[in-house]
Design a protein around this ligand. Structure first.
Ligand code: TXA
Ligand code: MG
Length: 323
C-alpha cells in the first residue's frame, strides 16, 4: 500500500472538498474528515474496515468549540479543557443534535479533544473545521506513530508531522454531570492522579474519579493494536533468574510455534519513553514474518504506575496470550 505525502495547504483543500487525510497528533496519527460531511465520514469507516458501532473522536482547535459540539453546564468541562488542552485527553459529553449519529455510533454522547500538534492545530484553524479522526490504522491493528507507518498500510494522503511525541492514544474521560463523576473509559498518559490533582487545585473536590470497565466503551474489544506476528507476554516472578528465564521462554515458544524464531520486545524503563516507541517497536516485529514476539513482564522492573497501566492496557490487547 502506498499513501502519499501532502502539504498543509493540500491537506486543507482535500478536507474542504470532502476527502480524508491522515494527520499527525501528539498521540498517534489520525484519519480525518470534516464532521459536517457525511460521505467523508463514511469513507473513514470504509478505509479502516471499521465497524459502524465504533464511534469516532472529534478533534477541534479551541475550547470554544466544546459549546458548539456538546451540552454541559458545569464549569469543570471548560476548566478541564483549559488545564489539559491541547493534549492527550478526550472528553465525552452529551452531544448537540447537529453532531451526526454516525460519528457517535448512535450514542447521545460525543468524544472531543484538542490535539497538541502545531500542523494539525494550524489545519483546524485555517479551515475552521472540526474533524472526526480515529487512529489511522486498519481496524484492530497497531496504531501509527510515524507518517510512513500510515503510508505502509493505507492508500491515503498523509500530512507528515514527524514522530508522535506521546505515542499511545489519549485518555478518554466521560464527564457525568448528574453523578458528579469523571469516568476514565480508556487509560492514557494522563492518569487518575493527574486528574485528581486538577480537581483539588481547581476546587472540584465534590467530584469523584473512577475507572469504568473497558467494555462500557463502545469500541473496546479485547483484541486491538495487534502486530502481524503473534505476541506473547510472559509473567516473570521476582525470584526469577533473568537469563535462565529467557532460555526457558524461548524453548517454550519454539515448541508452541515450530520453525519460528522468538524475538524479545524490550521495553524502555521510563514509561513516557516506552510509550513513545511502543507502536514503532510492535511494527518492527511484524517486519519479520517468521518471528514470534515476546515480552517478559517483570514486576520489579515495570512498577505499578498510571503510565504503565495505560501501556499494559495496549500490550495485553495486542498480545495473542499471556503465559
Ligand atoms: O489519541 C487518540 O485518541 C487518537 C488520536 C488520533 O486522536 N484517536 C483514537 O481514536 O485513538 P480511535 O478511534 O482509534 O479510538 C477512539 C476510542 C474508541 O475506542 C471509541 O469507542 C471511543 O474512543 N469513543 C469514541 N467516541 C465515543 C463516545 N461517544 N463514547 C464513548 N467512547 C467513545
Ligand atoms: Mg484506534
Amino acid at each position: 500500500m502506498t499513501g502519499t505525502k501532502i502539504s498543509l495547504d493540500q491537506a486543507c483543500r482535500t478536507l474542504q472538498s470532502g476527502g480524508v487525510v491522515a494527520l499527525p497528533t501528539e498521540t498517534v496519527y489520525g484519519l480525518a474528515a470534516d464532521i459536517l460531511n457525511p460521505s467523508a465520514i463514511r469513507q473513514i469507516f470504509q478505509i479502516k474496515k471499521r465497524p459502524l458501532f465504533d464511534p469516532l473522536i472529534v478533534h477541534c482547535s479551541h475550547k470554544s468549540k466544546l459549546r458548539y459540539l456538546c451540552k454541559y453546564t458545569s464549569p469543570i468541562v471548560e476548566k478541564l479543557s483549559e488545564y489539559f488542552h491541547p493534549g492527550p485527553l478526550t472528553l465525552v459529553l452529551p452531544k448537540k443534535s447537529h453532531v451526526s449519529d454516525v460519528i457517535t455510533a448512535g450514542s447521545t454522547k460525543v468524544a472531543v479533544r484538542i490535539p497538541d500538534h502545531p500542523l494539525t492545530l494550524s489545519l483546524l484553524e485555517k479551515t475552521d473545521m472540526c474533524v472526526a479522526a480515529p487512529s489511522a490504522n486498519l481496524f484492530t491493528k497497531t496504531s501509527p506513530t510515524r507518517a510512513y507507518h500510515v503510508m505502509d498500510t493505507l492508500n491515503v494522503p498523509v500530512l507528515d508531522g514527524g514522530p508522535c511525541s506521546v505515542g499511545i492514544e489519549s485518555t478518554i474521560l466521560e464527564v457525568n454531570e448528574a453523578q458528579k463523576t469523571l469516568y476514565i473509559l480508556r487509560p492514557g498518559i494522563i492518569g487518575i492522579n493527574l486528574i485528581n490533582h486538577f480537581c483539588q487545585k481547581n476546587h472540584f473536590t465534590d467530584w469523584t474519579i473512577k475507572y469504568k470497565s473497558s467494555t462500557s466503551v463502545p469500541g473496546s474489544i479485547s483484541s486491538h493494536y495487534q502486530p502481524d506476528v503473534p505476541l506473547l507476554i510472559f509473567n516473570s516472578k521476582k525470584s526469577d533468574n533473568f537469563s535462565d528465564n529467557v532460555i526457558d521462554i524461548e524453548a517454550q515458544i519454539k515448541e508452541l510455534y515450530p520453525g519460528r524464531s522468538p524475538k524479545e520486545l524490550k521495553l524502555q524503563e521510563e514509561p513516557w519513553l516506552c510509550a513513545r516507541e511502543l507502536y514503532h517497536k510492535l511494527r518492527q516485529l511484524s517486519k519479520d514474518p517468521n518471528c514470534v514476539g515476546y515480552i517478559i513482564k517483570n514486576p520489579l522492573f515495570y512498577k505499578n504506575s498510571e503510565e504503565w497501566t495505560a501501556i499494559w492496557d495496549r500490550l495485553e490487547k495486542a498480545a495473542f496470550k499471556t503465559i
